[in-house]
Write a protein that binds this ligand. Sequence first.
Ligand SMILES: [Fe+2]
Ligand SMILES: [Fe+2]
Length: 443
Amino acid sequence: MLNNIEEAFKALLSCLQSLKMYGQAHPMFQKSLDKAFEALSEVLSTRQDMVIGIVGQDLAFEKEVLFDLAKILRPAIVYLKERNIERIAFYRGLTKEELGSFVNFIAAPKADFKGDVQAAFSLLGIEHVSISKLKVDPNNKGGGFSLAQAELYDSSADIVGQALSGVLNSEKVDHLALKFSLNNIIENLSTQRQELLQLATVKRYDMETYMHMLNVSIFSMYFASCLGFDKADILNIGIAAMYHDIGKLFISRKILHKPGELTDQEFVRIKSHTLMGAEIMMRYIDTLGILPVVVAYEHHLKFDASGYPHLPFLRKQHIASSIVSICDVYDALSQRRGYKQDYSPDVVYNLMNRDRGSYFDPELLDKFFKFMGYWPIGSVVALNDGSIALVKSPSETDIRRPKIQIVAPPEKKRLVDLTQEPALSIERYLNPWKEGKEYLEMG
Ligand SMILES: [Fe+2]
Ligand SMILES: [Fe+2]
């Protein structure tokens, strides 16, 4: 019985995924709708209803918590929770049309998901499905980043981990889950970009490879969306970014983390991660497209073609590779902030600008910092009047003068647009793991 329920729920969510990926008219969606309807009808042939609940981070059917399923479907659970859905019930008598309308309904953007759901259902002719929503606490405006954002980030990191280890073990990749997860990030970038960028820039540099992959992916998608790419391209760039260093996972950690200087031979080995990555991603062209191959191959090919792999002819990087290589270096340098070297954002900015025109396309690099700001969103900074502030959003006109929230001392608490207050300026960055730690949650 439980197997059938799991199958039905899985089918339903892949139906939601394919609707979001391909749209309603696409045969992929119709196919998955057929499958979901078949699976649900099977369950409803033996019982009157099927009620699925979301408990914490898990899915539950009656008293069973479906742990395994919850792990695979975490991004979808987060998606439902973001819409405050905690319980979905299907009743016997459900038709395929109703199911299709229901899936269309929950695929709507989060912002549209207000009001009386049941009333909306009856307008749409959906009689055999009901959903209950969580009560939202109106007083909880959510300081700093919201739990849903942190969950979205963590669940995406899980999916990234699964997608990477799938490729490493030459298994099939659940590309729908991966795309769903990155797609969810793209959608959240438009409304919650501060929180997501804060998670990527400030919160997470204690973890390694998967975080780097996810961060580079988030930065690349954000950058691509600021540059005006359309959604399909942004998603493809995000996927390519995620696999850019896949070849490195085949190189011994001893070489990768060697503290001293590398021998020539070791350096050749490291450089081979580009070619190796491209070869690996060739196997996934069917599902993930050609861009991951291109980006894995080109991401160390510098703007002036002085990087690697060495090419016998001059070849300009694909724009996706240029985007990823900027975000790659940015994340790698930013992650070092937590360790001994203490790379504060101004150091990262200066280091990257030193390679302006050689490593990086100068125009593209300028745009990157224009969108990211000189001080990343979420940074804790000290001002010239001695107060402490959190960076809220970059300024359009002056990358060094973002909008900030002063958090200490308490009597000075307020939002400030630094472009409007020439007397105030940012003096120094506070390391969020050390002196800045106590202020981090105060925004
Ligand atoms: Fe690399
Ligand atoms: Fe990298």
